[in-house]
Design a protein around this ligand. Structure first.
Ligand SMILES: Nc1ncnc2c1ncn2[C@@H]1O[C@H](COP(=O)(O)OP(=O)(O)OP(=O)(O)O)[C@@H](O)[C@H]1O
Ligand SMILES: [Mg+2]
Length: 115
């Protein structure tokens, strides 16, 4: 993980899927308005688990205990993001990290549990 400041070009690549949406400009403005922490999490069901922890896109629809329910009010101020598929994750990891920055490791016990 690292603390960084996204510039508009990077934010635009990250949110290219939303280009043309009415909220797109505001989203870029917001995510570039201050530093962000970017991280790569690896593990069984990592995407589902992380997205569950993040909560629904609209804070008012998010379950208590999720980041968006507990810490967000306005979904247009996107507090947290999580990749939504392995393909998206590969693309997004590549936007923020060089290959040599990634640390992959496995606890000994995990070999018995997950193979
Ligand atoms: N209908 C909308 N109105 C306003 N903002 C929106 C809307 N849809 C998406 N956004 C903004 O774009 C962000 C990303 O939207 P997306 O649909 O990908 O939601 P998500 O997958 O829950 O969030 P993220 O991709 O950030 O993990 C939202 O968090 C929100 O800030
Ligand atoms: Mg999304």
């Amino acid at each position: 993980m690292k603390l960084m400041q996204m510039d508009r070009a990077l934010a635009a690549r990250h949110y290219a899927v939303h280009e043309g949406q009415p909220f797109y400009e505001g989203l870029l403005e917001y995510v570039t308005s201050g530093p962000v922490v970017v991280a790569v999490l690896e593990g069984p069901d990592a995407i589902e688990l992380v997205r569950q922890t993040i909560g629904a896109t609209r804070p008012s629809a998010a379950q208590p205990g999720t980041i968006r329910a507990d810490y967000a009010i306005d979904g247009r101020r996107n507090l947290v993001h999580g990749s939504d598929s392995p393909e998206t994750a590969r693309f997004e990891v590549g936007l923020f990290f060089r290959e040599e920055e990634l640390v992959s490791w496995q606890r000994d016990v995990d070999r018995w549990i997950y193979g």
